[in-house]
Design a protein around this ligand. Sequence first.
Ligand SMILES: Cc1cc2nc3c(=O)[nH]c(=O)nc-3n(C[C@H](O)[C@H](O)[C@H](O)COP(=O)(O)O)c2cc1C
Length: 145
Amino acid sequence: MHTIRLIYASDAREDLRYRDFMSIMDKAADINRDRAITGILCFGGGQFLQALEGERLAVNGLYHHIANDPRHSNCQLLSVEEISTRDFAEWSMKIIDWNDAVTAARQTVLLKHSGSRVFDPAHMSGQQAGAFLRDLADMERLLSE
Ligand SMILES: Cc1cc2nc3c(=O)[nH]c(=O)nc-3n(C[C@H](O)[C@H](O)[C@H](O)COP(=O)(O)O)c2cc1C
């Protein structure tokens, strides 16, 4: 069995509101749990940045399914790598609403990894996106302690 982490960025459909999106993701989290897929999804400035971790075939299948979802477009693969440990193992899908709290701490993490305070994942490298999501997850863990 090969475990991979896949990261992509996309543009949200313009009329998609955070509340509507959350109802999609309630179901998605159940699907992910059944398939042992874990990850994190950050939604902000009309863009998504999502990391999916799990068994290679399961992650590939899910990614192709998600990429065809009309609620977003311009899906752009940023990275796919084999991993020996998961970064987001405790979450079947952790959702972060970037616009909900653009705190100084969040902006610092973004600046550290992308060189900008504006959330624009379509212009991040795969490495930058992975490191950004890891730091963001660490912040969320601290906040929920
Ligand atoms: C940005 C985005 C991320 C998504 N992430 C997931 C996900 O992690 N897991 C999942 O099952 N569905 C996810 N979905 C929803 C799927 O595209 C799809 O609606 C869902 O798997 C249910 O499948 P169905 O619509 O064929 O019933 C996502 C959709 C969008 C727009």
